[in-house]
Design a protein around this ligand. Sequence first.
Ligand code: URA
Length: 275
Amino acid sequence: MTDVQNAREALVWQLEAGIDECVGEDPVNRLAEAGVAAVVETEEAAERQPAGRAARRIETRPEKASAPAPQTEVPGVQSAWDLAAACGSVEELEAAVRGFDECALKKTATNTVFSDGNPTAKVMFVGEAPGADEDRQGKPFVGPSGQLLDKMAASIGLDRTSFYITNIVFWRPPGNRNPTTNEIALCLPYVERQIELVDPDILIPLGGLAAKTLLGVQQGITKLRGKWQIYQSKNLATPINVMPFLHPAYLLRSPSAKKDAWQDLLAVKNKLNAG
Ligand code: URA
């Protein structure tokens, strides 16, 4: 093979591995920095990867699979809580997020992906993080998993005029990696305020990372899905019913799990009809 062919092969390999962003001038050997590294397969990573892509992330031991606790010591987090608390409407909150420069993800993203749908809806979905399509269009869930989610919602009579949707982080992590604990901590004040302002009847975290973050629990999504939970935050007059869903990206790769997803959709439909 010629050098050009070798270089092309190497680039194709990187793209297939999800390395599709250049985030610095010089390469950084993160394995050398981290010392002993382990390749850990995570449920959330598996859910977010586009169909056919290896679902892995590199992580040092010991693994902490816990929901991130509110962290005010991360630089910028306290100001995020203060800025979010001062917002009295979803429009103000969107402007605050667009003006917030403390989350490093913003530097590599093309667009801020704030939300879509109806902010007065009874149903609110919260996904994990924008992917490449969402980053390009500036809207959550517009790629293949969004198309599946739209079909799932339509099966119980909902569309983007009757649901609201956002993510745990507002900017695409480079190469679709998992958002870090700090990135989540910096976005969480805005996500919590968004939930308070929309104040839906039913909150639906999509996938393990969203469920763990919002519920502050450690269980994986396969344990959490299908069971009603409660979400409470300090400015909510009444707690919100939560039904964690499997992530649509996971359902695209594991069609046999769609029967569970259908049960969860029916639970939401019945709750809406009862309410
Ligand atoms: N997956 C997510 O979690 N969010 C999106 O917006 C798109 C894909």
